[in-house]
Design a protein around this ligand. Sequence first.
Ligand SMILES: Cc1cc2nc3c(=O)[nH]c(=O)nc-3n(C[C@H](O)[C@H](O)[C@H](O)COP(=O)(O)O)c2cc1C
Length: 354
Amino acid sequence: MKTLQELLGVQLPIIQAPMAGVQGSALAVAVCNAGGLGSLPCAMLSPDAMRKELTAIRASASKPFNVNFFCHIPPTRDPALEAAWRAMLAPYYKEFGINVETIAAGPTRAPFTHEGADVLEEFKPRVVSFHFGLPSAELLARVKGLGSLVLSSATTVEEARWLEARGVDAIIAQGAEAGGHRGNFLSEDLTTQMGTFALLPQIVREVNVPVVAAGGIADAQGVKAALALGAAGVQVGTAYLLCQEATTSAVHRSALKSEAARHTALTNVFSGRPARGIVNRIMRGLGPMSGSVPAFPLAVSDLALLRAKAESRGSGDFSPLWSGQNPTGCKEIPAAQLTRELAADLALFLPRLA
Ligand SMILES: Cc1cc2nc3c(=O)[nH]c(=O)nc-3n(C[C@H](O)[C@H](O)[C@H](O)COP(=O)(O)O)c2cc1C
């Protein structure tokens, strides 16, 4: 079997996790130029914004890169549930002087569509990765037809088998430690979710494609531990959040640097789907998991104004402070340096790198 580096056409078995909302092309470019696989998350980008960011990557890095999409099924609106959720938020709206009528409703995270595939056609990226399963067979065939490799996250052995059966080129084993949204798509039962180093070897045993470990990996020792358990490479997110090329907000950065970062939880109050973030006021008040929240991604807009008002006062009380359980790798250094540090002394494990 090819090594992950040979498959992806990169020097290092390190993928910078796509992180919607906290990065654009700059982070991806820095990682690509350092020998890793940089990623552009597109869940929050319009086709034009995607085109702009991909043009920037092409202009600054002549290396392979990854373009990432969510592939959830857009939910049916449930006006009664949405009204009930807003009633639960009413005390916060009142505190911040927000008129409910001024809150725009509607989805804020788009799944992969033919418009997205049209943009991909212009750039033909080496890698396209998905979160929440895979798009329709027709869309998947379009991506494969471009010659792009397809990766997707699995949070259980069943999901890994499901992805392999549909022809993915590598599987990202996303452990429960991981920051941001859980990629689970076959079950909503959170008791099925396991830690990275429990999940990884079980998936490695079950599938015949390379497995990339994600969740809680924050330094070179963690990278080596994942490789020792059979990973072909790693996908690292949280550790990049303080890098200067990330667009992480001021409140998010200061939370990551504080003691608060030691306490994260899975919460659905920000978007409607479970995601791991630093515990804050809204998570304590209404969650961290709530049965009353509108379906993903409809819940996002309900908190947008509260978040903006609080952030303008320097507070992250209503912000999704996404972080994995291991924030110790977060450093205010260039992403290229972090990538090289993650890959330190890998030659022992990967003789072909020597
Ligand atoms: C701020 C943030 C945003 C994320 N957004 C995405 C995303 O847009 N697409 C995706 O596939 N994964 C996303 N993830 C999950 C990562 O792909 C990955 O599973 C995770 O970062 C690995 O765990 P770690 O954060 O402990 O390194 C995000 C993670 C974080 C921390």
